[in-house]
Each structure stands twice: as C-alpha cells, then as structure tokens.
Design a protein around this ligand. Sequence first.
Ligand code: NAP
Ligand code: MG
Length: 501
Amino acid sequence: MANIQLSGEKVINYINGEWTSSKKAKFVTIVNPADGQPIGEVLQSSKEDVDLAVQAAKQAQKKWSRVPAPQRAQYLYQVGELLKERKEKLASILTQEMGKVIEEARGEVQEGIDMAFYMAGEGRRLFGQTTPSELNDKFAMSIRVPIGVVGIITPWNFPIAIATWKSFPAIVAGNTVIWKPATETPLMARELVKILDEAGLPKGVMNLVCGSGSEVGSAIVEHPDIDVISFTGSNEVGRAIAEKGGKLLKRVSLEMGGKNAVIVMEDADLSLAVEGIIWSAFGTSGQRCTACSRVIVHENVKAELEKRLLQEMKKLTIGNGLNEDVKIGPVINKGALKKIHEFVEMGQEEGADLLAGGYIVQEEDLDGGYYYAPTLFTNVRPDMRIAQEEIFGPVLSIIPVRSFEEAVEVNNSVAYGLSSSIYTRDVNRVFAAQRDLDTGIVYINAGTTGAEIHLPFGGTKGTGNGHRDSGVAALDVFMEWKSVYVDFSGKLQRAQIDVES
Ligand code: NAP
Ligand code: MG
C-alpha cells in the first residue's frame, strides 16, 4: 500500500491553468476524521475568485467547443491512465481525508478511472439524428452542442467519483467547468485537478475554486455567465439552488438524499440478503446516498433475519480505514456524530426497539476519531422519523410487513426515491417489483448500493429534479439539441402549409 503521510497540505485554487491563492487568503483546517488531527488547510475564496474563474472558463470555452469531440476525448484517455497509475496513492489520501476504508477508497478511484474511459469513448458517439424532411429536396437533422460554462458543486462523501461523473461528460461535450468541492475534502479535488493539468487539458477548461457553500457555492449559482449547475448534496441546499437557478433560467441538475430500503420476502435467500444488507447499510459508515437505512421484512422471516444480522454485525471491526482489516471507518466530523446520535435517541423515544449499537464509540485507541457503533433498530413503524428522514450514518431500521404489496407501499412511502432492493426467488414478484418500486435505481437480489458508471444514476421525488448523472443520460445535462434544416430545392417551401396528410 502507498504510505502517504499527510501534513501541512495547502489547497489553493486552480484558475486558467494556474494554481492561485485568493486576495483575502483565509484558510480553514482539513481534518482526518479517523483521529481528529489536522492534515492541511484549504483556501476560502470569495466571489471575486469565482468571477476570475468564470472569465477564464468563458474565454476558454470558445476554443474548446471547436476542438473536435474525439480530440477532447484524448485528454480524458490520458486522465484515465494517470488515475490508474496513481490509484493507490489517491485511495490513501481519500481514506485519510474522508474516512472511508481503504478498500472502498480504491473502489471510488476505480469509478473515476471507469468514467474517464467511458466518457472518452463518448467523444466518438455524440450522436444526433437525421430524418427525412416532410418537404422535397430538404434535409433535416438534429445535432448536439455544448452549452457553455458549467458550475459543479460536490459533497464530501464521494470526493473524487462524483466530480468525475459531472466534469468528464461536461468536458467531452465541449463545456468548460468551475468546480467547488466540499470544504471537508479539498485534497482529493486538488489531486484530480493536478491530473487534468498533467494530461495537458488546455487552460481554463477546468477551474477549481475552493471555499464555503454560502460564499463560493452561492456565487457560482448566481453568476449570470454560468449556464448549467450540477449539484450533489443535501435536499435543503439543493432546493435553494433550484430556486435561485430557476429565476435565472439556468439548467440545474440535482442529486440529493435517499432513504433506501432492502425488501426481504419470505422466500428470500437469507444468507445472501444478510450480506447485501450489511454491505449496503454499514459500508462507508452509512454515509452513501444509496445506503440502505430500512429493511422491510416479511414477518415470517423477521426473527431469523434479525438473528443473522446481529451475528454479522459483531464481525464489523471499527477503526482507522487505512488498516486493511477494518470494516467501519469514522463518520465525517463531530457534527455528524451528534446528528446520528440524536436520531438514535429519537428512535428510542418513538418506541423502536434498539437491538445493537446506539452509541458513540469511545474506546481508548479510537480516541480523537469520529466513530459511531453500527446500530440496529427493530419493530420500526414506517411513519417514524427514523424511517422517514435521512440519517447518513450506520443506523438501520427493520420494518415488519405482511405481504409483498405492503412492502412496496412502505418502500414508496418516503419523500426520497434513489435506490431500492428486493430479495425474493419469485420471478413474478421480481417483475412486479421493478415496475412498482418508485426509485431511480432498483436492485434484485443485491443491496441498495453498487451503481455502475455506464448506467444513469439518480432518483425520483425528493432525490432529484429529473436529471441523471452517469451513463449517456449525463450528456443530456451538459448538451443542447440543435435542429438543422437544409433546403436544397431552390424555392420557398413551407412546412405544414405546402404539404397536407
Ligand atoms: P451539503 O451540505 O448539501 O453540501 C454539498 C455541497 O454544497 C458542498 O460543496 C457545500 O459546500 C455546498 N453548499 C452548501 N451550501 C450551499 C449554498 N447555499 N449554495 C451552493 N452550494 C452550497 O451536503 P453534504 O453534507 O456535503 O453531503 C451529504 C448529502 O449529500 C446527503 O444528503 C447525501 O444523501 C447527499 N448525496 C447525494 C448523492 C446522490 O447522488 N443522490 C450522492 C452523494 C451524497 P460546503 O462543503 O462548503 O458546505
Ligand atoms: Mg456540508
């Protein structure tokens, strides 16, 4: 494993191909959540820095949009190679900055590698359509064109993968980018931007502006020369961005929270279900947007499922994610510990039965880190707040039901719609489930996490606003359709008037 020692790192902006500091040059500390120790600091930029970045991006976009897409893609192939070369180093930094265990950090970097090669391939596939015109000697086609300058605002939980989901399609499509990473994870942003720089991406195509959501994030959302906003984060912030962006007629793509469930029917392979639930609920300490936080179980297998889950939960070792044996790393910060614990207390007050966990870990060797014990509630009612609201921590609620229909109803009874899963051996139920579960992603006989980059990623209801990251669907966010008619008849031809059906 690459042994990367982090200390005294300084993250500044990258604007117009140069690493630059801000006039004000205020910094905030970056902390390793595994031990609470500082590993560096990040610049807090101002609105003026966003202005500079937008000027550079706007200028660069004119040229970039004229670079043929297959040539734009060449840079992404190079980025993919550099990400591959540096996978181990990047994973190590990711674990130290964000806390997820090293195996998952490697997986996240791999997602970025996959996205680089996938979107590079799209450079030769930005297909439009040709179609017969309704008039003689006239040709019709639709083509896809870039939009302009794209603002990307990302969360801390997937500090590199989500940035690649958004920036790579934006870039291959011919846009230029201003990226504000989460305040907690700027080191990963710096590493990714370094790679884009080393790949020779022309100056101004990617710009990094670090700082707070309220200052830098807002300035990006409100800037008149930024045409598209692609945001992943909380529902609350997403709504505010949609409002502001709506007034300015921007295209705003939002990916927000989830309250994802695994359904376990009475005919399920329980061993398989337990594995899937443990991985989905406690991986990344429950801090994935697709984390499973509800298990909707048929009453006939509830007791057996609880028993097996408790057995498996005992095996979940907690600690610093750099240790290969550790399964559960820290949560992101003290604030998260507090919020998670408040939900657990709320669950007890609401009358749910606590079967395991329910406390902040304070063992001596974990001192200074932000660890929450994997927690299991049972006899949870679907309307309880712990069954409705996003907790974003290692807390799982078991909700008993009597039938498949009731399971689907409970699954769909939340404000979010990101991911859902069902374990059953009944083929009829499989097809009914993929039709009736109202989420953007549905898994059959697998947990709620595990999205692959060539499929659309996103959710319904409170999770999003109809757009998707990932897959070819991501290109819809970053491109306009243009319809082109070529009349070679040499005379005036009027659609709908000179022809009748
Ligand atoms: P967050 O607080 O909403 O922050 C997300 C990003 O928005 C950060 O970069 C943040 O900056 C910025 N921001 C904050 N206020 C802003 C404002 N007024 N204007 C513009 N930008 C602003 O979310 P988080 O706590 O980092 O991440 C956790 C959430 O993300 C969870 O709800 C999770 O479900 C969701 N998530 C969703 C997906 C998905 O694809 N559906 C994937 C991952 C995570 P600062 O860092 O400076 O506050
Ligand atoms: Mg935040």
